[in-house]
Design a protein around this ligand. Structure first.
Ligand code: A3P
Length: 345
């Protein structure tokens, strides 16, 4: 086991100096690396640990392939997040802000397309199963991508170029509750909440440990403010207009005074709001949002801050708060747990 861990830690992306463009070679390299990785088979799907991040089986091959093949462009925009942190909302916002001249709110593709299909995950859509994609150069500029990887396990080309990364996260209690419900519906397994909770606390959960996922981007955002924008779900809930302006400026698409005076920021915020998106036909259907995907409506549940109080008992709350305080100690990171009380950790 020690040997396996040693291998996985030393298998850094920088060790792959030559890009792999041949699918056969790619498959071989992926198989070789995967054979060295720690595996957790306790949950509903096997998880593989690479550079500290636990990848579900459907994302590990794609992450390695992207590391070996993806060429970031300086104009690229990446949305990074732990699962169930408001990714769908941010996909809608980023797409609408960046494309507002091409698609004004009343003709926005969001009206007929699920946000998950407007910005695709690099590790389990573009490079699904380790397949080398052919069409990345044809994507409209700026190219928009999403990822759940930790900062330390991002494909090399993303961290070593001038592309921008927006990170969204959410307090660990609401994230857990949202994840629990999503896994139950998406993996079609009646998961026991206690078992999922234990795995979440231990970190062996999709793209976990949750705290490491957050800390990597938090530190990167402090060191490289022009590269990483760190955002929180609770802040967006509290003041969407302020957060959207901050986001648009970071992305290089600031709102002009005229646009602000015309109420465009508010208009886009209404288009991307939970209530609006949830009720659109494309999002409220039980049908999969893409072939083989989960139900479109699984991405919209309650959309509230503080819903954890309805699902977690006091000892679960206390324990998660304690882990969070320990993990984030000295980082300067705090989360709001309820917008009413504006409590901080
Ligand atoms: P809940 O399960 O707490 O309701 P992700 O998009 O990362 O998968 O996160 C899903 C969570 O974001 C779910 O939280 C979902 O309801 C919420 N959500 C989805 N769209 C939203 C929106 N437009 N505004 C606010 N919250 C949204």
């Amino acid at each position: 086991m020690e040997e396996i861990l040693k291998n996985s830690k030393t298998s850094s992306s920088s060790s792959f100096s030559v890009l792999v463009n041949d699918q056969e070679k790619m498959n071989k390299k992926i198989d070789e690396l995967i054979a060295t990785l720690p595996v957790d088979s306790e949950g509903s799907v096997p998880l593989y640990q690479l550079k500290g991040c636990w990848y579900p089986f459907f994302a590990i091959r794609g992450n390695i392939a992207a590391d070996l093949h993806f060429q970031a462009q300086d104009s690229d925009i990446f949305l990074a997040s732990p699962p169930k942190s408001g990714t769908t909302w941010m996909k809608a916002l980023i797409f609408s802000i960046v494309n507002r001249n091409r698609h004004p709110p009343n003709e926005n593709p969001l009206l007929t397309t699920h946000p998950q299909n407007l910005i695709q995950y690099i590790e389990f859509r573009h490079y699904l199963n380790g397949n080398i994609p052919e069409n990345l150069d044809q994507l409209p500029k700026p190219r928009l991508f999403a990822t759940h990887s930790h900062y330390a396990s991002l494909p090399h080309s993303i961290t070593h170029s001038s592309c921008r990364i927006v990170y969204i996260c959410r307090n660990p209690l609401d994230t857990f509750v949202s994840l629990y419900h999503f896994l139950r519906s998406s993996e079609k397994i009646q998961q026991d909440m206690d078992a999922t909770y234990e795995k979440y606390c231990r970190g062996t959960i999709h793209f976990g440990p949750f705290w490491d996922n957050i800390l990597g981007y938090w530190r990167a955002s402090l060191e490289k403010q022009e590269k990483v924008l760190f955002m929180k779900y609770e802040d967006l809930k509290e003041d969407i207009v302020f957060e959207m302006k901050r986001l648009a400026k970071f992305l290089g698409f600031p709102f002009s005074v005229e646009e602000e005076n015309e109420g465009l920021v508010e208009e886009i915020s209404r288009l991307c709001s939970f209530e609006n998106l949830k009720n659109l036909e494309v999002n409220r259907t039980h049908k999969p949002y893409r072939e083989g995907g989960v139900s479109a409506n699984a991405f919209y549940r309650k959309g509230e801050v503080g819903d954890f109080v309805n699902h977690l008992n006091p000892s679960m709350v206390e324990n998660l708060m304690k882990i969070t305080q320990e993990k984030f100690a000295g980082s300067g990171l705090v989360f709001k747990y309820s917008l009413d009380k504006l409590q901080n950790s």
